[in-house]
Design a protein. Structure first.
Lengths: 486, 231
């Protein structure tokens, strides 16, 4: 089909395909990693459950967890899965039926990574069940129900996409379900699980799920069909301006215009807005590590959490300097300002964010004063060392960023360098801390991190001058690269 | 004011621009015409130090543009929509450019009110981001931004394209006013021969990267150009 041809060309001819090989390999590794894990659980899951809970039926156990699996899947999709898009504009005036375009988009989405992944669990698990003497028809009915539900989630996600109320409902269901189960009021997941048991016993019910999937498909189709018009796409785009008074930034002197711009950049673009969730994730990362007994005795983890929780913004925002401004980089380069002033505004924003995130993270003191001390040292380290490193890394930025696209799992603007730069940012302080902690003591290790940060702050002027030089040297290459559509 | 000295630009083996020597005196209104691919935008981009020439130099007020950035202080330009910051409103964009050009808020407001007619109530107070404006209205905002801060050199690439007839006429008046006192040098490129001959006293024709005509405007200029391009 010619659509497939176009998709293939779009994929291979995108200007950073050749350069982006490193990312593609990395993505392939991620995918492979997940496939292996899922396969492992799929094949071994039955036996593990049998061993752990010998008196219970593994299938019933799995069923009683499926509510969480699907809710989690939907929440995961909410953040990660992109709406199926295609450049429909050039198609509209050609003799192609609109329904065909819509069907193509929808069917294409069925084959997304998110739908394929879980099959690596369900199929081997079902095979094991059959081998273990479960009823053949029952297992097949169950398996198809799972596949149909995964597909239904796929289409349900498009219906709820970007609707935060729906997200709230999903989270409330998960938390509420867990709560009522925990307080032994009502076993909601178990109740849902008995529903799945019923399907195994009566495989004919699978057809009900065919109807559900068909229903979701039709609703999606109808919704999309109405949007295959230019004005539908356009009218969605023009939103009223959210203007806020940013005059408080005027105190920052000649950096103010750039900082105002960056604040607006963050509030007004999809790409940056969805990064805000990343901030919450970064700030909360400590809750995961500090409550997990596996990591409790590994002191280096405090450094990881410290650097990460105070530096999420630094890492997320910093690694795309100056690509954030890529779409109007030409204009910036023909305005009369010193490059140093531009970079300094970025540095200032990052510094403010690091301090702010540290302050927000002060409640971590609950896990101990020593943790807060490490976070404090990590904050200084972020300001003094990491901020300069990341600004330097920016000189290698060669990818234009389309601000209108959502962020999570959006690798536009990422190059191998952006991945590489992540390592020294976190691994290096961890290594330094770990080494000194092992050789000398926890206190000295913490102080060393802080001192390194202070050295960076002291050398700020010289470092910035060197970085600025590098940016100016790379100017033409960046202008050329930012001029190309991804 | 501006000296173009044996500028050439090659991409691989293909020569896209090869200009011997062009002097543009202060206060001249200079028009650049040529078909697609003639090298007009390339020349402007080199003039703004956005791409590097393969050979040659351009000086702007005795400053070699690829060596010093001082020329930015007195040069205003608008090449295309990529000069706009899509997520700002026009007002915020003017404020940003004004800030860079040393104008305070009151200066910016006063400056913008001069262009009330030019904007035709479609730019200011619309509560729209630049990215949501039509091509023509984006162009209006970009052109006015290029004029901020009393530049001595103004560079506009295809300023008439996408504008409605009324705005085209108003823009021609603006350009004429700029060069009236022979203080501001204006460089304009266009596909529209009538417009260029009307606003520019000197017209240079580029073809496949080389200068094929360099004429002072006279009564016959438009005819001469039309017969040249009619081939």
């Amino acid at each position: 089909m010619h659509f497939l041809k176009l998709e293939r060309k779009q994929f291979f001819r995108s200007s950073h395909w050749q350069k982006g090989i490193a990312i593609k390999i990395l993505m392939a590794f991620f995918a492979l990693y997940f496939i292996v894990i899922f396969l492992g659980i799929g094949v071994g899951g039955y036996f593990i459950l049998k061993k752990q809970f010998p008196e219970q039926d593994p299938l019933v156990l799995v069923n009683s967890f499926l509510l969480y699996v699907f809710l989690g899947d939907l929440i995961f999709r909410y953040f990660m899965q992109k709406l199926p898009v295609m450049n429909i504009k050039p198609m509209l005036t050609l003799p192609i039926k609109k329904s065909k375009i819509v069907h193509f988009i929808l069917v294409k989405s069925s084959f997304s990574f998110f739908n394929i992944m879980s099959l690596f669990f369900y199929i081997p698990f079902a095979i094991v069940l059959i081998k273990q003497g479960y009823d053949f028809e029952g297992v097949i009915g169950w398996l198809f129900t799972m596949i149909l539900l995964v597909q239904s989630s796929n289409f349900l996600n498009f219906l709820i996409n970007k609707n935060s109320v729906a997200l709230g409902v999903l989270v409330a269901l998960s938390v509420g379900g867990y709560a009522v189960q925990y307080f032994q009021l009502f076993n909601l997941p178990g109740f849902v699980g008995t529903g799945f048991d019923f399907i195994y016993q009566n495989p004919i019910t699978v057809f009900a799920f065919v109807a559900i999937l068909a229903g979701f498909y039709v609703v999606n189709y109808k919704q999309l069909r109405n949007e295959v018009y230019l004005d539908a796409l356009v009218s969605e785009k023009t939103k009223e301006v959210i203007a806020s008074d940013l005059s408080f930034t005027d105190r920052l002197g000649d950096l103010a215009p750039f900082i105002k711009n960056d604040l607006r950049l963050m509030w007004r673009n999809k790409r940056t807005k969805s990064s805000i969730w990343m901030l919450a994730m970064g700030l909360g990362s400590g809750l995961f590590f500090y409550t997990n007994p596996i990591y409790a005795d590994i002191e280096v983890m405090c450094v990881l959490v410290g650097v990460f929780s105070t530096g999420t913004f630094l890492i997320n925002f910093g690694q795309f300097i100056p690509a954030w401004d890529s779409s109007y980089y030409n204009m910036l380069m023909s305005q009369n300002f010193k490059y140093e002033r531009y970079l300094k505004s970025k540095f200032t924003i990052m510094t403010i964010s690091v301090v702010l995130l540290f302050v927000l993270g002060i409640p971590y003191v609950y896990f101990g004063w020593d943790i807060l001390a490490v976070h404090f040292a990590a904050m200084i380290y972020n300001v003094g060392v990491n901020s300069h490193v990341i600004l330097f890394g920016g000189t290698f930025n060669r990818k234009k960023i389309n601000l209108e696209e959502k962020a999570a799992f959006n690798f536009q603007g990422t190059g191998a360098v952006q991945w590489l730069i992540g390592f020294p940012l976190m691994i290096l302080p961890m290594a330094i801390f770990g080494l000194i902690n092992w050789l000398v003591s926890f206190e000295i290790a913490t102080i060393t991190l802080g001192v390194l940060g202070f050295i960076g702050v002291a050398l700020h002027k010289n470092l910035m001058a060197a970085i600025t030089k590098k940016y100016i040297a790379n100017k033409y290459i960046m202008i050329n690269a930012f001029g190309k559509e991804a | 004011m501006i000296t173009i000295d044996t500028i050439s630009k090659k991409y691989g083996k293909e020569v896209v621009l090869n200009v011997e020597k062009v002097e543009i005196p202060k206060g001249q209104s200079f028009g650049l015409v040529g078909n697609n691919g003639a090298g007009k935008t390339t020349l402007f981009n080199i003039l703004l130090d956005l791409i590097r020439p393969t050979t040659g130099l351009i000086t702007n007020n005795n400053i070699v543009v690829s060596e010093s950035e001082e020329w930015k202080n007195f040069t205003g330009s608008f090449i295309d929509e990529s000069f706009l910051i899509g997520y700002l409103t026009p007002e915020e964009y003017f404020e940003f450019i004004g800030d860079l050009r040393g104008m305070n808020k009151a200066d910016v407001t006063a400056f913008i009110t001069q262009f009330k007619d030019f904007f035709n109530d479609e730019i200011i107070g619309k509560k729209k981001y630049l990215r949501d404006l039509s091509k023509g209205n984006q162009k209006k905002a970009g052109i006015v931004a290029a004029l901020m801060g009393n530049p001595e050199v103004v560079i506009l690439d295809e300023p008439f394209a996408n504008l409605d007839p009324t705005t085209q006429i108003r823009l021609k008046q603006i350009i004429k006013n700029l060069t009236e006192n022979k203080e501001v040098t204006v460089l304009v490129s266009s596909h529209d021969l009538t417009h260029v001959t009307e606003v520019c006293e000197r017209i240079v024709v580029l073809d496949k990267g080389t200068v094929v005509k360099d004429i002072q405007r006279s009564e016959e200029t438009l005819k001469e150009l039309e017969s040249y391009f009619a081939l």
